[in-house]
Design a protein around this ligand. Structure first.
Ligand code: DXP
Ligand SMILES: NCC(=O)COP(=O)(O)O
Length: 248
């Protein structure tokens, strides 16, 4: 794979959201993950929220058994989640901020304020071989703190850019995109691997995919929604096509 290759991680959380609406066994997020893998996803992302609103513990177990591509396990920095991650040892652990009352992940992790605590928190995860990624806003202070605590990877939160775009506030979207561009380059210059994601759609993916420093995009909610209309395989193929086109 060339150095310029941009990986696509498919987030299957919202297959579980639909399943949990009825509390049964379908649609099965593991089946969706396997289908995404067959469609060309380079990894699968799943967020085990503390309130278990979508992904459940058994899903993480199932994904660890079933996947041949890497699992990016998103979790809050809590003792409970650390134990789960240490038991499964996924390829990557992405530390995200979590609030029970939020509808979705509203912002990036406050690394700078919690530097010592987070450095201790991620050390055992790194010791067992997990790549540790930190989900942060495009903010130089947070990037520098993520670097200092020893994270190898950051994932930049693209939600504000996508929300402004969806609301037609194109000047605000352009400002957010510029911050993402500058901070991708800055993080890369520190030796961090740069990922990005949250809220990306066919309409918003290309400008982010075009940043040469970004190595992976994690995309879920839009793709699972699009799968209702065109099927998951064609939905993933179209995202891949747009990413490749943007990458040139
Ligand atoms: C951290 C992140 O961006 C993803 O986990 C995404 O937010 C999907 O999960 P939620 O919709 O529950 O936030
Ligand atoms: N970390 C971002 C992610 O996994 C996917 O976010 P979304 O596309 O579901 O908003």
């Amino acid at each position: 794979m060339s150095d310029n290759h941009l990986r696509l991680g498919v987030n299957i959380d919202h297959v579980a959201t639909i399943r949990n609406a009825r509390g049964g066994a379908y649609p099965d997020p593991i089946r969706a993950a396997k289908l995404a893998e067959e469609a060309g996803a380079n990894g699968i992302t799943a967020h085990l929220r503390e309130d278990r609103r979508h992904i459940l513990d058994a899903d993480i177990e199932g994904l660890m058994e079933a996947l041949t591509v890497p699992l990016n396990f998103e979790m809050a920095a809590t003792d409970e989640m650390q134990k789960i991650a240490l038991r499964h040892k996924p390829h990557a652990v992405c530390i995200v901020p979590e609030k029970r009352e939020e509808r979705t992940t509203e912002g990036g992790l406050e690394v700078a304020r919690e530097e010592n605590k987070l450095a201790h928190f991620i050390a055992p995860l790194r010791d067992v071989g997990c790549r540790v990624s930190i989900f942060i806003a495009a903010d130089q202070r947070q990037i520098e703190a993520a670097h200092r605590i020893g994270a190898g990877v950051i994932e930049l939160h693209t939600g504000a850019y996508c929300d402004f775009h969806a609301e037609g506030k194109l000047d605000d979207a352009a400002r957010e995109l510029e911050a993402l561009r500058e901070m991708s380059a800055y993080a890369h210059s520190l030796g961090l691997e740069v990922h990005a994601g949250h809220g990306l759609t066919y309409d918003t993916v290309q400008p982010v995919a075009a940043f040469p420093e970004v190595r992976e995009l994690n995309i879920g909610h839009f793709l699972i929604g699009e799968a209702i209309f065109r099927g998951l395989t064609p939905a993933v193929h179209e995202m891949r096509r747009l990413m490749d086109e943007a990458r040139g």
